[in-house]
Write a protein that binds this ligand. Structure first.
Ligand code: HEC
Ligand code: HEC
Length: 282
């Protein structure tokens, strides 16, 4: 069976979508530098206007809250715009990955990533149900060295880009086995996942990875739901130290660098138990 995927969406785009991406990038950098200034203005307006409380939402009573809220809005706008532009590209420039051909190419991967990409050892990531675009990007990054790992790097040497597409198509169509959350970590983990930490500037994970952790293939935001907590914990710490640095614009390094060990452990536990496979799985 053949699945149409667009692993290159965003990197060889049509002119209109290049323009859309540039616009998003320039808004993002323009606004980022000005959050501080805007926060002051919004707090000032809120305090000044008649009727006070109703003029602007509660988020704008303190500077930290105001900056946090603006960041969350900005992410939502950027994601929506990126989606529109990559959707346009996907139609025109889809590259075919063949899941059946992919299945025949993963024999060497099964030792670590398990049957159908459901790794049994929790330090190795599950690949089942992951977005093809994200898998393809990671394989390219391991091959180029942009993402360094002693176990993964050598596996990539004999494989071609077409192999990557086929393997990505195969794993993306497998069903993931769900995981569970340690109840002791659930409350803090969910709070971080859904709301971030306004006090330290940790952005909510929901903004990019979605409320159910399903990610967004077209934007190459990975599915995180159901992933092994131990792998999540170590990869978040990798982003925090910069040992893993293949995230576009440092998006994940920025988030992880603001997180404590306790927050990383809790959010990893929460994500392990998240599932978006209704209705037949718990
Ligand atoms: C010896 C064990 C091992 C083998 C064999 C192996 N991998 Fe991996 N793989 C890993 C480890 C460990 C990581 C996590 C690396 C890290 O922490 O950065 C990983 C990460 C990945 C990722 C990134 C997952 C994510 O969520 O970001 C992909 C995709 C992947 N492997 C695909 C493959 C494919 C395809 C093969 C076979 C061609 C393969 N791996 C063979 C150990 C292995
Ligand atoms: C601004 C968007 C954004 C936000 C907010 C965000 N992420 Fe990410 N995340 C990404 C992107 C993009 C990647 C993929 C990076 C790459 O291409 O390797 C990623 C990758 C990851 C990975 C690695 C997945 C894997 O399979 O290796 C984990 C784990 C993760 N994010 C967890 C989180 C958590 C936890 C939060 C909230 C505290 C969060 N993210 C907030 C965009 C975001």
């Amino acid at each position: 069976m053949s699945y149409m995927i667009s692993p290159d969406a965003g990197w060889t785009p049509k002119r209109s979508s290049i323009r859309a991406r540039r616009t998003v990038a320039s808004w993002t950098s323009l606004l980022k530098g000005r959050f501080d200034q805007y926060a002051d203005i919004l707090i000032y307006i809120r305090g000044f206007s008649a009727g006070g409380d109703r003029a602007l939402p509660r988020q704008f009573t303190s500077k930290k809250r105001a900056i946090h809220t603006m960041k969350t809005w900005l992410i939502s706008i950027s994601v929506a715009t990126a989606l529109i532009s990559s959707g346009t590209q996907a139609a025109g420039e889809a590259a075919a990955g063949d899941a059946t051909a992919g299945k025949a190419k993963v024999a060497a991967c099964t030792a670590c990533h398990g049957p159908n990409g459901n790794a049994l050892v929790p330090t190795w990531p599950k690949l089942a149900g992951q977005h093809a675009q994200y898998i393809y990007k990671q394989l390219m990054d391991f091959k180029s060295g942009a993402r360094a790992n002693a176990q993964m790097g050598p596996q990539m040497i004999p494989l071609s880009e077409q192999d990557f597409r086929d393997i990505a198509a195969y794993y993306s169509t497998q069903q993931q086995t769900p995981g569970t959350t340690d109840p002791a970590a659930a409350e803090l983990g969910e709070r971080i996942y859904r709301g971030g930490n306004p006090a330290t500037g940790v952005t909510a994970c929901t903004g990019c990875h979605g409320p159910a952790g399903a990610g967004l293939g077209a934007a190459k935001f990975p599915r995180v739901a159901g992933q092994h907590a131990q792998y999540l914990d170590s990869t978040l710490k990798g982003f925090r130290t910069g040992a893993r640095a293949n995230d576009p614009n440092g998006m994940m390094r920025d988030v992880a660098s603001r997180m404590s060990d306790e927050e990383i452990a809790a959010v990893s536990q929460f994500i392990q138990g998240l599932t978006d496979w209704p209705p037949d799985s718990p």
